[in-house]
Ligand binder design. Structure first.
Ligand code: FPP
Length: 250
């Protein structure tokens, strides 16, 4: 795709960061930052759809997040359950499909229950998908995929000699999802933090200093405009991109 054709990245993934600092800046407890962060999850879900994005993946809870103080973890889980219960009717009305990636079977039973209900109620929607990364970590994902792939080889469903990225990647949590085109991280940090390491191999990255609770539709639009100024080459040269026939002939 040429950098000169303005397009909307079909799949945007966001590392939502800065809730704690947002609260600290205001002399509020961290939990207030997370509460405001949930509001931004709601607004960004529809902002992305309005801008033409087809899939939005949000890093809501990492495997490493369990190491936070027990009280904060409990509050985050409570907020997640509250958010999902509150949003179910909106997702159905607005035709938003909900999916998850991560070890969701390790989440509290109440969260699993509402996730299950919401996913089942929205699974037929095809226009727009919200993916929540919950109890997610890329390295764990690769281990889970390797186990599943090994089991498939052992049972004869996959042939060891046919192993390729195309066959193996189907065993990732994202097996049937498109790769992210644009990954955004808020709050000024410039790390990937174990998020979609395999899937973001060719993604564009935008790092914004905006703290997650302050992130707006305009900030998302600015990140998309930044994405459009880039040239995604997928390992090819600019000349090959300008003349796809030459690339195909290689
Ligand atoms: C980072 O802020 C954010 C998180 C740990 C998780 C994001 C969670 C939410 C937005 C709320 C729950 C999610 C949903 C989908 C309802 P931080 O606490 O690391 O901020 P800091 O780096 O400033 O301390």
């Amino acid at each position: 795709m040429s950098a000169h054709t303005a397009t909307v990245p079909p799949h945007v993934a966001i590392i939502m960061d800065g809730n704690g600092r947002w609260a600290k800046n205001r002399g509020l407890p961290r939990i207030e930052g997370h509460r405001r962060g949930v509001e931004t999850v709601r607004t960004t879900t529809f902002a992305a759809r309005d801008l033409g994005v087809r899939m939005l993946t949000l890093y809501a809870f990492s495997i490493e997040n369990w190491k936070r103080p027990q009280e904060e973890v409990g509050t985050l889980m409570g907020l997640l359950e509250y958010y999902l219960k509150k949003e179910l009717a909106t997702f159905v009305r607005e035709r938003v499909r909900l999916r998850t990636i991560g070890r969701t079977h390790e989440l509290p039973a109440g969260v699993q229950e509402v996730l299950h209900t919401t996913i089942a109620a929205t699974k037929h929607f095809t226009d727009y998908t919200l993916v929540l990364a919950l109890n997610y970590g890329s390295r764990t994902e690769v281990v889970d995929a390797a186990r599943a792939y090994a089991a498939a080889v052992a049972s004869g469903r996959e042939k060891f000699n046919d192993s390729s990225w195309a066959t193996f990647s189907r065993y990732l949590y994202t097996g049937d999802m498109p790769e992210p085109d644009l990954v955004i991280r808020t709050s000024g940090e410039t790390r990937i933090s174990n998020f979609l390491l395999m899937q973001a191999a060719y993604a564009e990255f935008v790092f914004t200093p905006v703290l997650w609770p302050d992130f707006t539709k305009a900030d998302l639009a600015a990140a998309i405009a930044d994405y459009n100024r880039r040239e995604r080459r997928f390992g090819l040269t600019s000349e090959q991109l300008a003349s796809p026939a030459k690339a195909a002939a290689k």
